[in-house]
Design a protein around this ligand. Structure first.
Ligand SMILES: Cc1cc2nc3c(=O)[nH]c(=O)nc-3n(C[C@H](O)[C@H](O)[C@H](O)COP(=O)(O)O)c2cc1C
Length: 346
């Protein structure tokens, strides 16, 4: 059997295979209330029926002003929690695990009444200049991550992916370019890391499932943390109780990679992180060739494969991978419609 499609245990989280659905916003909350819609149910249930081991739900705001857009999911109130709990039940009935990505978009919160960031530096010339957060406001956001985690726990969620990448608030704090805070949350790398340390503690006090974090290991700009500093961050994350580091790149400024983008182009960053920590590391980015994903796992370049647009295009990507990798039993298993039993929302 291929490594890609064989089961794995990540710090107590048992997955039936190493295919994880990468968080991807649908921007489908027409009512702007952060509550899951029928489209979300169809979207996630279809991928669970496609036998994806773990679905990581899209960026979900911890604060009404922390969404990437006003059409994002949220987890700042109980109405959002109740609907989430229904989806979790459905996905579990089909046999997949489900996680949620908690986020505050900071200066990239397009529709925020008052966008905030470590410092008053806009994302781009057409974007509003954010207000620089006070220490009190930072504490409130840290608490909001904890409150959202408590709701995730009550809803039965298996894992939380902290969004520390793609230029959103926590990534903004880590950046020497964007974080010009001159207090205990800015300056040295350790001070820029402080909010993440507090967010982890706040989540762990309220949630006992698996805890991952997504990081962007390069921003494709000059003034950024060198890889050695990212590795130091990785060691702090391990010390502070993170179970897996989910390695991505970019998003802090509207700039593209400074090299031709190719299949698996971000995996070298995951492999670098893997050399620095003793916890699993996942990779993402143009990995919809199953042979390449299998090669990455076989060569210990990463421990899990996150699949984004491949799963958008083809909810049965696992069956496709089974066919490509000659796992014929699994290919048939993926088509077994008996898993549809018991669903109430489709
Ligand atoms: C429509 C869309 C929405 C996305 N939303 C998120 C998100 O909510 N959170 C996140 O961390 N990444 C998000 N991403 C990035 C994906 O998770 C993934 O890292 C990226 O698409 C590269 O993987 P792929 O080549 O397999 O698509 C999004 C990507 C797409 C295409």
């Amino acid at each position: 059997m291929s490594k890609l499609l064989s089961p794995v245990d990540i710090a107590g989280l048992s997955l039936k295979n190493r295919v994880v659905m990468s968080p991807m916003c649908l921007f489908d909350v027409q009512k702007k209330d952060g509550v899951l819609t029928p489209v979300h149910f169809a979207h996630y249930i279809t991928r669970a029926m496609g036998q994806v081991g773990l679905l990581i739900m899209e960026s979900t705001a911890v604060d009404p002003d922390g969404g990437i857009t006003e059409h994002d999911l949220g987890l700042w109130n109980d109405q959002q929690k109740e609907k989430l709990s229904e989806l979790v039940t459905d996905v579990h009935q089909i046999g997949s695990k489900i996680g949620v990505q908690l986020n505050h978009a900071g200066r990239k919160a397009e529709n925020a009444e008052r966008p905030v960031a470590p410092s008053a530096i806009a994302y781009d010339k057409d974007w509003r200049t954010p207000a620089s957060l006070t220490t009190q406001e930072i504490s409130k956001i840290v608490d909001e991550f904890g409150a959202a985690a408590k709701r995730a726990q009550e809803a039965g969620i298996d894992m939380i992916d902290i969004h520390g990448a793609h230029g959103y608030l926590l990534d903004q704090f880590l950046s020497p370019e964007v974080n010009q805070h001159i207090d205990e949350y800015g300056g040295s790398l350790e001070k820029r890391y402080r909010i993440i340390k507090e967010v982890i503690a706040s989540i762990k006090a309220n949630f006992n499932g698996s805890l991952w974090i997504r990081l962007s290991l390069t921003d494709y700009i000059d003034n950024q943390n060198p890889l050695d500093e990212w590795k130091q961050v990785g060691q702090w994350l391990q010390r502070d109780g993170i179970d897996l580091i989910d390695v991505s790149t970019g998003g802090l400024f509207p700039v593209s990679p400074d090299f031709p983008v190719h299949d698996g182009y971000q995996t070298l960053f995951a492999t670098e992180m893997k050399q620095a920590v003793d916890i699993p590391v996942s990779t993402v980015g143009l990995l919809d060739n199953p042979g390449l994903s299998e090669y990455i796992l076989q060569n210990d370049q990463a421990d899990l494969i996150l699949e984004g647009r491949g799963l958008m295009r083809n909810p049965n990507w696992v069956a496709y991978a089974a066919k490509e990798l000659h796992d014929h039993d699994l290919e048939n298993y993926s088509y077994n419609h008996s898993y549809y039993r018991g669903l109430k929302n489709i």
